[in-house]
Design a protein around this ligand. Structure first.
Ligand code: HEC
Ligand code: HEC
Length: 239
C-alpha cells in the first residue's frame, strides 16, 4: 500500500507547525481536564461503590443545595436534613412520598411543606436521577450534631425497640425500608419522631412504611425518652 506524501515542503512544515500548536493546546486542555477529574471526581468515585452517573453537581440540582447545604450536608437553619449517607432507595422513596402528598401536606408541618413544594415539581425520572447522584456521594459525619442531654444507658435500652428495623448500629435496613439514623443530625431525627407521633407523618392511606414507623414511635412516651434514644444513637460508631 502506497502512502500519499505531501509534495510541497513549505506546506508540509506549515502543516507540522500548526498541528504541533494544536496538539499542544489540546494537551493543555486535557491536562486541565485531567487535574479537574483527579481533584473533584476521583475522591467521589473512590469513596462510593456505585459509580455516580453525574460527576459534578448538575445545574438543576443547585436548587437543592440552597436549603440542604452546598454539599447536601444539611442545614439546621433551613430545617433541611443531611442527605449524605442516605441510600438511593430511601432518598427516592421519600421524594416520591412528598410528591404523593404523604409527607409535607399536614397544615402544621411547615418544614415538610417546603420540601413538598420542591418534590411536587419533579418528574419521577428526575427523582430517580437525583437520588442516584446523592447516594453516590461520600457520606461524612454530620458537622452539626446537636447535643442532647439524654441518658445514654436508658437510651440503649429503648433502642432495643428500634434495632430490629434500623440495625444494631442504626445503619438502616434496605429490605424493611428503614433508613440509617447514624448519619443524621439529632435535631432532624427529633422533629421526625415528633411528626410521626403527632400524626404529621405516616398517617396517609398507602404510606405503608410511614405507618409502620408511626406505630413504632409510640414506645417513646416522653420527650425524655426521645432524647435518651437519640443520645444513644449519637454515641454509636459512625459507619
Ligand atoms: C426550600 C428548601 C428546600 C429545597 C430547595 C430542597 N429541600 Fe429537601 N428538604 C427540605 C426540608 C425543610 C426537609 C425536611 C422536611 C421535614 O421536616 O419533613 C427536606 C427533606 C428532604 C428529604 C427527606 C430526607 C429524610 O431523611 O427524610 C429529601 C430526600 C430531600 N429533601 C431531597 C431534596 C432534593 C433532592 C432537593 C432538590 C431537588 C431538595 N430536597 C430541595 C428543604 C428543601
Ligand atoms: C417495625 C420497624 C421499625 C421500628 C421498630 C422502628 N422504625 Fe423507625 N422507621 C422505620 C421505617 C420503615 C421508616 C421509614 C418511614 C418512611 O418511609 O416514611 C422509619 C423512619 C424513622 C425515622 C425518620 C428518619 C428520616 O430520615 O426521616 C426516624 C427518626 C426513626 N425511624 C426512628 C426510630 C426509632 C428511634 C425507633 C425506636 C424507638 C424506630 N425508628 C423504630 C421502621 C421502624
Amino acid at each position: 500500500m502506497k502512502i500519499k506524501t505531501k509534495n510541497t515542503s513549505n506546506r508540509n512544515s506549515y502543516y507540522t507547525a500548526t498541528s504541533t500548536v494544536f496538539i499542544f493546546l489540546k494537551m493543555r486542555a486535557w491536562g486541565l481536564l485531567v487535574s479537574f477529574a483527579v481533584f473533584f471526581i476521583a475522591p467521589l468515585q473512590a469513596a462510593s461503590q456505585e459509580e455516580p452517573k453525574l460527576k459534578v453537581i448538575p445545574e438543576d440540582m443547585l436548587n437543592c443545595t440552597v436549603c440542604h447545604g452546598t454539599m447536601f450536608q444539611g442545614n439546621q437553619g433551613t430545617s433541611a436534613p443531611n442527605l449524605l449517607g442516605l441510600p438511593q432507595w430511601y432518598l427516592e422513596g421519600q421524594l416520591l412520598a412528598f410528591k404523593a402528598q404523604w409527607r409535607g401536606t399536614h397544615s402544621d408541618d411547615h418544614s415538610g411543606s417546603e420540601m413538598y413544594a420542591v418534590a411536587n415539581k419533579l418528574s419521577d425520572a428526575e427523582i430517580k436521577t437525583y437520588s442516584q447522584y446523592i447516594a453516590a456521594l461520600p457520606s461524612v459525619k454530620p458537622a452539626t450534631k446537636t447535643k442532647l442531654q439524654g441518658d445514654i444507658k436508658k437510651g440503649e435500652q429503648a433502642y432495643q425497640n428500634c434495632a430490629a428495623c434500623h440495625g444494631v448500629n442504626a445503619e438502616g435496613n434496605a429490605s424493611l425500608k428503614a433508613p440509617p439514623l447514624n448519619t443524621q443530625g439529632l435535631w432532624y431525627l427529633k422533629t421526625q419522631i415528633t411528626n410521626f407521633q403527632n400524626g404529621q407523618r405516616g398517617y396517609k392511606k398507602g404510606d405503608t412504611h410511614g405507618t409502620v414507623m408511626a406505630n413504632a414511635s409510640a414506645v417513646l412516651t416522653s420527650e425524655e425518652d426521645i432524647d435518651n434514644v437519640l443520645s444513644y444513637i449519637a454515641s454509636l460508631k459512625f459507619q
